[in-house]
Structure formats: C-alpha cells, structure tokens
Design a protein around this ligand. Sequence first.
Ligand SMILES: [Zn+2]
Length: 296
Amino acid sequence: MKIVPVIILILFLVTCNNVKRNNSIYNESTGNNGSPVDDQGCKIPGNREIEKQKKNQNPFDLTEAELIEMISGLPSKIKTRIMEKSGEFLKLIDRALTLPEKTLVLVDKDHPLPADYIPEDLVNLNTYPLVLSKKNLILRRTILPDLLEMVVDAEKEGITLVLSSCYRSYKTQERIYNWNVETYGKAQADRESAQPGKSQHQLGVTIDFGTITDEYASTPAGKWLIKNAWKYGFSLSYPEEMEWLTGYKHECWHYRYISRIGTKIEKEFFEGIQQYFLIFMNENREKLFYKKSIAN
Ligand SMILES: [Zn+2]
C-alpha cells in the first residue's frame, strides 16, 4: 500500500509550487542559490531579494526630495495628492513614458511644433461611421479605436457626437489665424485662435465638436463629453477660468486625445487640468527617463 506516501509527496510538491508562484508576483527570478528554505522545505526570499522586490515596486531611482522638487511648481492641492499616493503616481507615470512622445507633448503659446511636422498616419474620416459637419476631416489613425468606441457608447445613450474640425496643417492654421487677426484684431485673435505651429490641431489628435460655440456646453452632447470623454482618452484642453494658465478662453468643444493612461493621470492627480499634467511631463520627461534607466 504505497498510495499514502505518494499523496504526501504530491501535496508537498503542489505546496512548494504555490509558494514559488506567490513570490514571482514581484520577481520571476526568485530561488537563487543559497536562499533560505521555509518549514516545508521551499525556498523563501532572502533580505537582498526583498530589497530588490521593494525596488521593483518603484520604477524610478527617485528620492522623496527629488519628487517634491519635480512637482514644486504645481498648486498645493495637486502636490498633496501626488505625495499622498506617490507609489501609484509613479507607476502610472512609468506607463505614460512608454507612450509615443507626441501623445503627451506640450503644445501651447510657448511650445510650438515645427512648421514641417505632419503626423505619418493621417486618415480621411469620410468612410468611417462618424458624423462629420463637413467632408474630408482628417485625424491620426492611432486614435480611431478609442474615438469610435466613444461615439458608439454616446449613441447608445441617445447622444450624437458631431465632429466639426480635426487635423489642421501649419499652413491651414496660418490662414485661420491671419483671418482672425484681420477680422477681430490681434489681441482678440490670440485669445481664441492659435498662431501657426502653436495649435494642438496640428497634432492630428484634436477634435472640435458640434457648433464650436459656447452654447455647446449646455447641449446634451457637450454635457456628455464633459462627463465621459476622459474614459476614452480625450481631454478638454481649455477649461473654464484657466485662460491665465492655458493662454486660451474656455473652449467647451475642443478635446485633445492624450490616451487613457493620460486622462487617468490627469483626472486622479492633476485636477483634470491637461495643462498642469503636460507641463509636468514636459519639464520632467528627460529626468524621469534617466531615473528609470538607473533604477534597474
Ligand atoms: Zn479646437
């Protein structure tokens, strides 16, 4: 009757395997030679290994003082939020650094795009199941899955999202800006229209919805976007009472795609203000890449 010893052996092996799996949540390379064993004879991580695991939870070789320095220019409410949940913040920032650089690039009155910047994957929207206010609107192909999902979900709630202006080349923006200056004067034009090279529309990921007027904010579609756009990676670029920061009057119709990770970070840590988030990324991107490179 050798069944009992065989069962004991199987139980022993299964238990060891489970413990190993649990350790590997942090680090696949557990079980170095010389590791101590537990009372079941399974290897358990030593001090050096635990230190390594802790380090793996923080993707950057960054001290608290260095993080405080990085966020020093932000409002105190945002600084407090980041320091309260710094572990989660840094993990999300680590993911944000894997995005293509242009996804979170800062484009504003002080940070223009090169005149010859044209995204490579622009597509004409005529053949897509989208409602366009005019033909031949263009966007980057990369944002279409999230845009189409947003449009379909809005439609399920009886909301039609109308796209009215999308990609604009440097030349097109130049024409629009010059027309605004001639029509309204330079001071007024600069509050409402970007100079060529300084428009988010040149990125090919920015959409003006609906009527492109202040009234859009109180329409069902305008209200739906304010509540839901972030879930699909779209961010309101020029919120109310932020002209002093963004350089532009409130534009309830103007949304830029910054990815779902981007809008999650913006919402959870930057009070939903795109400009604060993108300034942070612009100022710290290189340092964060360096701090990541020396963390491993
Ligand atoms: Zn716009």
